[in-house]
Design a protein around this ligand. Structure first.
Ligand SMILES: Cc1cc2nc3c(=O)[nH]c(=O)nc-3n(C[C@H](O)[C@H](O)[C@H](O)COP(=O)(O)O)c2cc1C
Length: 353
């Protein structure tokens, strides 16, 4: 991952617009694979409450820019949907560098919600996004409940938005996780947004809580159509020689393969606690990862960090899904969701010994 990391660091620290430069330096990335014809028998469609998707493969907020940056690299029409970078009312510069660090099995970031702000999103990004041949789920974050409600109300009046994802789980901004760690605040926030806008609502929760089931119930009670799990895990990296933290913000969010077991556990526990559809996120990069999340209870998945080392990973996962469904002995995604046998296995012999 070393040389890829150099490119990735450039992208993160110098802006996601430079994603296209990745393609320029990597001919293998630009070498598009031949279109794969899907077996007609496979039904990839899935439903997140009021939101229907052609397939369950989405790209995660913050790892795909505003989607335009990726159009020359990824066939966007193949994706179930995109979640652009979280927007806030005002533009934000984000945190001081370094804002990313590679770790043993993933990455730490403390971007700090660097984004163009609501007005720029509406005038500059949304016209492009609404013409895209896939579903658009706009991610928003507010400092207060009123900010969330006001943004949702504005966006709810716009054409071309299929759903909102409420980012109540950003670990890199002051107060960013408050709504995602306090069940009463979370329920009230979602209820407020639900009352202000008719779009389907996904609540993106943080794993940095004692009980993910409690938070999933709060999001459900508030009226969320779906629950996105998980955002990054709070972590840090240390340069002991300089006695300095590696990140300018000291702490950051851990993502990538390292967090997949935590994400799977959260999806499984939430699925057992609520009937609300779940979107699995965390370390997903292979078709086996996708299948594990679907079986554990996710109705769809989002691909995050994996986009950085293979921007085409999402469309390739869509191609791989029909065969994997065949291997699982089902024809529809819906027939796989939540089919995990969680009966506790006990070893009587070991107990007796
Ligand atoms: C560089 C970077 C920026 C991110 N920015 C956002 C963001 O703006 N909004 C958000 O909801 N999640 C953000 N995330 C979290 C991802 O959407 C995702 O929840 C997380 O990375 C776990 O998935 P992964 O392991 O597949 O990356 C960001 C993640 C990374 C790595």
């Amino acid at each position: 991952m070393g040389s890829l990391w150099i490119v990735l660091r450039d992208v993160i620290n110098n802006g996601l617009g430079s994603v296209c430069r990745i393609a320029a330096v990597s001919s293998s990335i630009l070498a598009r694979s031949a279109p794969v014809s899907l077996p007609t028998a496979a039904d990839l469609s899935t439903r997140l409450g009021r939101l229907e998707l052609a397939n369950p493969i989405l790209v995660a907020s913050g790892t795909f820019g505003y989607a335009r940056e990726m159009e020359r690299v990824v066939d966007l029409s193949k994706l179930g949907g995109v979640v652009p970078k979280t927007i806030t009312v005002e533009p934000r510069m984000g945190n001081v560098p370094w804002r990313t660090v590679e770790t043993t099995a993933g990455m730490l970031n403390s971007i700090g919600l660097d984004n163009d702000g609501l007005e720029s999103f509406l005038t500059h990004h949304l016209p492009y996004l609404r013409a895209m041949p896939t579903k658009v789920i706009v991610s928003i974050a507010g400092r207060t409940e009123q900010e969330f409600v006001d943004m949702a109300s504005r966006l709810g009046d716009c054409e071309g938005i299929d759903a909102l994802e409420l980012n109540v789980s950003c670990p890199n901004v002051s107060g960013g996780v408050d709504f995602g760690t306090d069940a009463a605040m979370c329920r009230q926030l979602i209820a407020g947004v639900r009352g202000a806008c008719e779009l389907p609502i996904l609540a993106k929760l943080t794993p940095n809580v004692t009980s993910i089931a409690t938070m999933a119930k709060a999001a459900t009670d508030g009226g969320a159509d779906a629950i996105s799990l998980i955002n990054t895990l709070l972590g840090m990296a240390v340069d002991w020689r300089r006695r300095q933290p590696m990140l300018g913000n000291v702490f950051g969010g851990l993502s990538g393969p390292a967090i997949k077991p935590v994400a799977l556990r959260c999806v499984c526990q939430a699925a057992q606690a609520v009937d609300t559809p779940i979107v699995g996120i965390g370390g997903i990069g292979t078709i086996d990862d996708v299948m594990e999340f679907l079986v554990a209870g996710a109705s769809a998945v989002q691909i995050g960090t994996a986009n950085y080392y293979d921007p085409q990973v999402s469309e390739n996962l869509v191609d791989a899904l029909p065969a994997a469904l065949g291997t699982a002995g089902v024809q529809r995604v819906a027939d796989l969701v939540g089919t995990l046998d969680t009966t506790r296995k006990t070893n009587q012999t070991a107990c007796k010994a």
